[in-house]
Design a protein. Structure first.
Length: 95
């Protein structure tokens, strides 16, 4: 499994618009073979922060979806980012 996690920083006045523009991407990701979860969410403390969490069955599934990344407008709106990919070899269900 591949996990993509981190956050983006955008102008707080435009965060809701940025997220609204991402609805199509989230929908596409969740309907892509190999996507286990794909979520962008507001941070409860920082009004400029958008949290990212993606889970993919395989590297191939992630690479097939990833394509060219954010649109030019979305990329321009990102002031800072800290996102990493994690290759997970073992998981444990928490009940």
């Amino acid at each position: 499994m591949i996990i993509v996690a981190g956050h983006l920083i955008v102008d707080p006045d435009h965060r809701e618009t940025y997220l609204a523009d991402c609805i199509v991407v989230v929908t596409q990701a969740r309907h892509t073979a190999g996507c286990l979860d794909f979520c962008l969410s507001v941070d409860l403390i920082d009004p400029a922060r958008i949290n990212i969490l993606e889970r993919w069955q395989t590297r191939q599934a992630l690479d097939a979806f990833r394509g060219s990344g954010p649109s030019d407008d979305q990329h321009a709106a990102i002031q800072d980012a800290a996102v990493a990919e994690y290759d997970v070899t073992d998981t444990h269900q928490i009940s």
